[in-house]
Design a binder for this molecule. Sequence first.
Ligand code: XMP
Length: 323
Amino acid sequence: NWTTGNVIEEQVEAIRELVGDKRAICGLSGGVDSAVAAALVQKAIGSQLTCVYVDHGLMRKGETEQVEKDFVAATGVQLKVVDAEERFLKALAGVTDPEEKRKIIGREFIRVFEQAQAEIIADEGPAVEFLVQGTLYPDVVESGGGTGTANIKSHHNVGGLPEDLEFKLIEPLRKLFKDEVRMVGKELGLPEEIVQRQPFPGPGLGIRIVGEVTKERLDLLREADAIAREELTAAGLDRDIWQCPVVLLADVRSVGVQGDGRTYGHPVVLRPVSSEDAMTADWSRLPYDVLARISTRITNEVRDVNRVVLDVTSKPPGTIEWE
Ligand code: XMP
């Protein structure tokens, strides 16, 4: 009979046996899957695990701190943080095409991650034989069920493995669905904000700025997004919506008025959707008063954003993200 306790016990034992006195590396993305996988492996082998978090500067407000502080506090995990914001911004300068952005972010991510791995191996020696992956059951099915040293999840996930790496994989979530992973995470004592986190794309806010990605624009979007998330949470709507991208239309300006003055600022788009699996989605019918609060706060508190618009397109034909 299935209980989270059983799953944890079983996995901890299996991981201990598998790893022995070797060492493992785990990349953290800030998402639920990698966090729970890392926490499980940490429980099994403790300081034989080193986690790597690449800060690409495209995370939402507070998310990097959540990994650096809250996750570490909850698990005691050994964490190497690589601050790569400048590198990513440089690589993204002048780029507006969405697929081009994805390619660049994916490529840079792998380079930075590989470099961090190399440093860990230099520090800790050849005993580093294992790589932890937060592969879930649906990912296994989707990719044909293989296991071993393969590159499993590269299609949609920036946290995916580079193809030429010869690590043995530890995939403690291979038999679990998302809701089960959340339960395991909760049982392991992970913070609610991590365990209940809604889907967030690997390329992060980089694909939520329509136009060139710059530090300034990222900061604007981070503020607007934080306000939207805060109000949705305060209204108790987190469980009703699948996710709510906030998109900055950085190349669009519209005229507004504030106080005595005319403004010429950018719009942000709210894209709240309900969905079962992200393959199809419908726009969420959010209460008008919640939308009003979000709109008022964003236009009051975020300089340069003078208009908030609501996306009422289902998927298909619209995708969830704008890029
Ligand atoms: P779309 O926009 O295709 O999104 O309707 C479907 C789901 O996938 C997420 N998404 C991504 N996740 N890398 C990711 O890891 C990506 O490049 C990417 N693009 C979209 C999106 O947030 C939604 O949950």
